[in-house]
Design a protein around this ligand. Structure first.
Ligand SMILES: C[S@@+](CC[C@H](N)C(=O)[O-])C[C@H]1O[C@@H](n2cnc3c(N)ncnc32)[C@H](O)[C@@H]1O
Length: 471
């Protein structure tokens, strides 16, 4: 850490201590609000700056308290008369989040005279949320629903900025603070750092409490030593506002050893949602989902909602997707009679299962073939971005660019897992390899005899897989 950064951090933790933010029930041993349960540390592979255990911590311990008076909310910022008068006059309808964005920029505009200055100085200078993506970065996503989400996020940001301009001009914000770039920065600060509070939908910014990095819910619940606990009863989030003590309180969800990063679960998110709201994704996200295109008749032939028809990160189709395909791939005149089996999650017949898996293979292959690059190309690109000259960096932001490439790669990985699982079901335990290095999905099978048998198998089940075989 640079000298200046270290000094800023120290004065921020001192400021926080004066506001009675504390990681202990005991009086502070130093001028810092941390040091007894937590300390600021750097975790290059899991969120960068974060909070580490300053001692061994037990599951369920209260590790940080941030009093209500230290929370930055719309309400606390609106104590500024100029801001509240202008907002009341110029904002006809209540758009909580956007007003909070204006309030944050207004506070930034005050620079050193802001009461929040030590906190504002600790906020990141830039973000990688989808709304911050440029045209080239959005294209790099390759996946249709991700491109759509990114385009929606950027146009929503543009629209809200245009709507807020007159209010910001009325507040005499400096030209730098009036820009779209500043707007996107403030929106991303709010999107990636606010915590829920019961009295304001826009949430609050929580000094020190917003230094916790994220672990997906479910990850640590399972390695808990309290295996008798019903997993469903575990809280999804490990922090919350407590009215009786008028403070935001944070608890450990598991035991931590001294030096280990203490993580918080902000909620249950897919990788696309993490990218959209927080600007990062997880390599192993138990809550991730991938969607493949389905014929409209799949949706109309079942009653499951569209968003329940997905593929898990381990390559397994969701219960609803598998059941919907089993039903749809049953001859129309037999569907009624198998309804009870479908809804209980049972297989209908070995033949139906092979047809379903054959369909999965065909669809995943079609999606993979539609991508302009293979996983190997993506890996190569990521390595190249690291070595890019300035010109390249103008087109694609290094850090967010890599995240977007990782995103499209993760979808490709899921599709290959589906291919493998489905092929295993269609063909049994055969010795084959899926070749992902070319712009084609090939299956390499060692024995010609087996190849012949497989072809017969496919023909028997009237399943045209459309794969290219090579022996
Ligand atoms: C509430 S802040 C956490 C503190 C933040 N690292 C900081 O330095 O201020 C949330 C941001 O931290 C980063 N982050 C949190 N958890 C992460 C993780 N598991 N992997 C990568 N980045 C993470 C993301 O940039 C996210 O938007």
């Amino acid at each position: 850490m640079e000298e200046e950064e270290r000094e800023n951090l120290e004065s921020f933790l001192k400021w926080a201590s004066e506001l009675e933010i504390s990681d202990s029930n005991q009086p502070p041993e130093s001028s810092s609000c941390l040091g007894q349960s937590l300390c600021v540390s750097f975790f290059p592979d899991a969120g960068g700056r974060g909070l580490a255990a300053a001692r061994d911590l037990r599951k369920g311990e209260l590790i940080l308290r941030v009093p209500k008076s230290a929370l930055m909310t719309r309400e606390s910022l609106m104590r500024d008369e100029k801001l509240s008068v202008a907002t009341l006059r110029l904002v006809p309808r209540r758009v909580e989040v956007h007003i909070f964005t204006v309030c944050l920029l207004y506070e930034m505009n005050k620079r050193k005279s802001s009461w929040w200055y030590p906190y504002l100085m600790e906020l990141p200078r830039s973000y990688n949320t989808l709304a911050c993506s440029g045209h080239f970065e959005i294209e790099a996503l390759q996946v249709d629903d991700a491109i759509w989400a990114a385009e929606k996020a950027t146009s929503k940001a543009e629209f809200s900025w245009i709507e807020a301009i007159s209010l910001m001009k009325e507040l005499n914000l400096k030209s730098r603070t009036l820009t779209f770039r500043a707007w996107v920065w403030a929106s991303a600060t709010i999107s990636s750092r606010t915590l829920h509070i019961p009295w304001d939908d826009a949430g609050c910014l929580c000094p020190v409490g917003d230094l916790f990095n994220y672990a997906a819910p479910g990850e640590d619940a399972l390695d808990s030593e309290d295996s008798f606990l019903d997993v469903n009863l575990l809280r999804l989030t490990d922090g919350g506002y407590e009215k009786d003590v008028s403070a935001y309180c944070f608890y450990t969800r598991k035991n931590y050893q001294k030096g280990e990063q203490v993580l918080l679960s902000y909620g249950t998110y897919t990788n696309l949602e993490l990218l959209e709201h927080y600007g990062f994704l997880l390599d192993e996200n138990p809550n991730d989902k991938a969607f493949i295109p389905l014929e409209p008749e799949v949706y109309s032939s079942c009653s499951w909602p569209k968003d329940s028809l997905y593929i898990h990160q381990n390559g397994k189709p969701s219960f609803a997707l598998l059941s919907a395909l089993r039903l749809w791939l049953t001859p129309r005149n037999q569907r009624r009679s198998v309804g009870h089996l479908i809804y209980s999650g049972s297989q209908l017949s070995a033949e139906n299962e092979k047809i379903v898996m054959g369909w999965m293979v065909k669809s995943c292959k079609a999606v993979l073939m539609n991508f302009a690059t293979s996983i190997e190309d993506d890996k190569l690109l990521i390595r190249k971005i690291d070595r890019m000259e300035d010109f390249g960096r103008c087109l694609i932001n290094e850090e967010s660019g890599v995240k977007l490439l990782e995103f499209r790669m993760s979808l490709k990985k899921y599709l290959f897992l589906v291919l493998r699982r489905s092929l295993d079901i269609v063909f049994g335990n055969l010795d084959y390899a899926i070749d992902s290095t070319k712009h084609a999905v090939l299956i390499r099978i060692s024995s010609n005899q087996i190849l012949k048998d497989l072809t017969c198998l496919i023909n028997e089940s009237h399943n045209e897989l459309g794969l290219t075989y090579c022996s």
